[in-house]
Unconditional design. Structure first.
Length: 410
């Protein structure tokens, strides 16, 4: 079976995901993604007519992000029309799933050159939330089987069930900011970043826009929890609220609301892409691989709690690889909420010094379907910087799932 080699990884900077305020908010998401694709092409002298497929994750495929944004961005990048593309949705996990699927296609021998990535313009999708039924709340049959609250409420429910207190979660939020600042100051992200420009040629963004390096425990202590205000929100025409939805599964639970803007992932815009090739194609075209895909897996669990699967996914992918947690040099675990990271660390026993060493989504932001691809690229850059060998990347996702991948630097 052929290996799947990672030739390159690139991404846009993350822009603040507020309409009219973030640097990328006025740029079409198709253009943000096409900019990254152009960067991948130019950096690698890519013959785009030979790209077998482009696999792009996008979670909210409506409006500007609809109509198969993967294909449209590929065309927008000026790639040869023979480079086909499609778009998929595994919620937050899309950007890992696209890479896993690209690798699987190469390892099967059916394809030789694939680009995988993701895009999300949250400054746009945040305007859709009044029109979009989260997790198809209107499906009363599904709701009866698996009540699925808002993800932020799920985070607070997990923190309550697991006994995590706000202070320890705030400490993770502060540390994420500290690590992100150190990484930015040291230029750890520079290799992957592709600047984004307006159509008139003016620079839109060439660096991370979201981090708040002055964050302290004291400043976070002044923030009110976000999700109590969601509890009485009617989720559809039936009038049922998120509070009632939680009580379907946990009728006697008194939720301790501990998550807020400082210990939850940031709302941002961005795109990312990785170039993967078979060994034969890479050798024939003078491509120098940076890593190989060791193993891939996806875990599923409770749709009601929704966020608990990164640990099980990590165990599953390690088993497939015949490895243990001790064999992994670096971990990237998406910081959708602080409790996701806290539970991963508790359940796996992994040393925090090996996890999210350049900060995570609490500091840098989480552009939903783009994040997984960004994390794989970040892990690869860091393996090279530290002269390490193996990295494991995983993240929670809506519906109670988590994709995972192990890569080895070559």
């Amino acid at each position: 079976m052929p290996e799947a080699l990672i030739i390159d990884a690139a991404r846009s900077p993350r822009g603040v995901g507020k309409p009219g305020k973030g640097a990328l908010s006025e740029i079409h998401p198709q253009r943000i993604l096409s900019t990254v694709l152009k960067g991948i092409e130019q950096r690698n002298g890519l013959n785009t007519a030979e790209v077998d497929d482009v696999i792009i994750g996008c979670s909210s495929q409506q409006g500007k992000q609809g109509a198969c944004i993967g294909r449209m961005a590929t065309l927008d990048a000026g790639w040869d029309t023979q480079a086909s593309a499609f778009t998929l949705d595994r919620f937050c996990g899309s950007g890992i799933t696209t890479v896993n699927l690209a690798a699987a296609n190469i390892m099967s021998g059916m394809e030789d050159l694939v680009v995988a990535g993701g895009v999300e313009q949250m400054s746009f999708t945040s305007q859709l939330q009044g029109e979009v039924a989260t997790m198809d709340m209107g499906n009363l049959h599904l709701r009866g089987m698996h009540p699925q609250p808002h993800q932020g409420i799920c985070a607070d429910v997990i923190a309550t069930l697991e006994g995590f207190e706000r202070t320890e979660l705030d400490e993770l939020g502060v540390e994420s900011q500290v690590r992100a600042k150190a990484a930015i100051d040291a230029g750890h992200f520079d290799k992957a970043l592709i600047p984004v420009y307006h159509d008139n040629g003016e620079l839109a963004l060439d660096k991370e826009e979201f981090p708040r390096p002055g964050t302290t425990l004291e400043s976070l202590a002044g923030l009110n929890p976000v999700f109590p205000g969601y509890m009485q929100f009617p989720i559809d025409a039936t009038g049922e609220t998120f509070d009632q939805l939680v009580k379907r599964a946990y009728p006697d639970l008194a939720i301790n609301h501990v998550h807020h803007a400082g210990n939850s992932s940031g709302v941002v815009d961005g795109a990312a892409a990785l170039l993967l090739a078979s060994p034969d194609y890479a050798k024939a075209n003078g491509m120098k691989p940076r890593a190989r895909v060791v193993a891939m897996a996806t875990a599923g669990g409770s749709p009601t709690l929704m966020l608990n699967e990164p640990g099980p996914a990590a165990r599953k992918v390690l088993k497939k690889a015949g490895m243990t947690f001790d064999d992994i040099d670096l971990f990237e675990v998406n910081e959708a909420f602080a409790v996701v990271l806290a539970k991963f660390l508790r359940d796996t026993g992994v040393d925090y010094s090996k996890v999210n060493v350049n900060g995570g989504a609490m500091a840098l932001g989480h552009p939903i379907a783009a994040t997984g691809s960004m994390l794989i690229g970040t892990a690869l850059d860091e393996l090279e910087r530290q002269d390490k060998q193996f990295a494991l990347i995983t993240m929670c996702t809506g519906g109670g799932m988590a994709p995972a991948i192990i890569i080895e630097r070559v």
